[in-house]
Design a protein around this ligand. Structure first.
Ligand SMILES: NC(=O)C1=CN([C@@H]2O[C@H](COP(=O)(O)OP(=O)(O)OC[C@H]3O[C@@H](n4cnc5c(N)ncnc54)[C@H](OP(=O)(O)O)[C@@H]3O)[C@@H](O)[C@H]2O)C=CC1
Ligand SMILES: O=C(O)C1=N[C@H](C(=O)O)C[C@H](O)C1
Length: 272
């Protein structure tokens, strides 16, 4: 019997992630694109999004209209845009009782609280990184911290493309949360962001964050545990954005049938 396809709406379809997502949705036999939502007055409104992407017509006309009646034809919305845009579409999904996969990073604590409130009404998956590799790195870092965290200086180094507008990366913060949970620390109080000047001797019980923005780096994260006489480094390097798109689409299929709740990629991977 043919499995019902998950009908997906994409915001920011011409974005770095939006473009990859649409191409991967089209390749996946369990999904189909039914809505491409552009920002207001975008020049590609009313044009076939496939043609705009250079993959030929796919019969989906890009729109900026959140027309509750007309745009109900999707099961899950996938959003990789920016925090204020995400919250705008989150409200729309709540009103329509549609689930949402959130890939956007850079949220404030207040914005995260708003997302949690909406998860009482609809199903939400939020993840700073939808790659399987980073979700494996989270587990490796948790185990490493349990074993050597107490005797190490711990640093997280991340590098991304020059167009990334938030720092540190959402992934780096998620790694920091994994470490802080094991060490029973408050991440904000136990973080160091290096600034010029006489910094004094590195404090213990702190996670050091370093950021590089350069060229077209897709995403590299290294966690370094330095202790007397030895150093452990765990690194994940994304060479293209397909790894994120595949994880987000897998999450959308998983979320399709959920009624409500707040989930992350760990929930998807542990029950797929
Ligand atoms: N969780 C994960 O696995 C990953 C998360 N990310 C995160 O995803 C986010 C986006 O990254 P990236 O794709 O590189 O960014 P881009 O800037 O390339 O894409 C964002 C897109 O959103 C569009 N947009 C802005 N406002 C609106 C709106 N109101 N309605 C519809 N579309 C809108 C932009 O359109 P316009 O260009 O016209 O402004 C742009 O095309 C970032 O927060 C990034 O950190 C990225 C990769 C992986
Ligand atoms: O902006 C990006 O590109 C990415 N952002 C995410 C983050 O902030 O962690 C995930 C990935 O590293 C790519």
């Amino acid at each position: 019997m043919n499995k019902i396809k998950t009908r997906i709406a994409i915001t920011g379809p011409m974005g770095r992630m939006g473009q990859i997502l649409i191409k991967e949705i089209q390749k996946n036999k369990n999904t189909c694109l039914t809505l491409a939502l552009l920002k207001k007055h975008h020049p590609l409104i009313n044009k076939d999004i496939g043609e705009s992407l250079g993959i030929g017509k796919i019969g989906i006309i890009a729109t900026d209209k959140l027309n509750h009646k007309k745009n109900k034809d999707f099961d899950v919305l996938i959003d990789f845009t920016n925090p204020s845009t995400t919250l705008h579409y989150l409200k729309y999904c709540s009103e329509l009782k549609k689930n949402i996969v959130i890939g956007t990073t850079g949220f404030s604590e207040e914005e995260i609280h708003t997302i949690k409130i909406h998860s009482k009404e609809i199903g939400i998956i939020i993840s700073s990184n939808f790659s399987i590799g980073i979700n494996l790195l989270f587990q490796l870092v948790e185990k490493s911290t349990e074993i050597i965290g107490k005797n190490s200086d711990i640093n997280i180094m991340e590098s991304h493309h020059r167009n990334k507008i938030d720092a540190p990366s959402g992934t780096a913060l998620s790694i920091g949360k994994v470490i802080s949970k094991v060490m029973n620390w408050d991440l904000q109080k136990h973080s160091i962001y290096y600034t010029p000047g006489i910094t004094g001797i590195r404090k213990t019980k702190k996670i050091g964050f370093s950021v590089v923005r350069s060229g077209d780096i897709v995403g590299k994260h290294t966690v370094m545990f330095s202790s007397s006489g030895e150093e452990i480094k765990i690194t994940h390097t994304a060479s293209n954005r397909i790894c994120f798109a595949k994880g987000a689409i897998q999450s959308a299929i998983w979320l399709h049938k959920k009624k409500m709740g707040l989930f992350d990629m760990t929930d998807v991977l542990s029950s797929t």
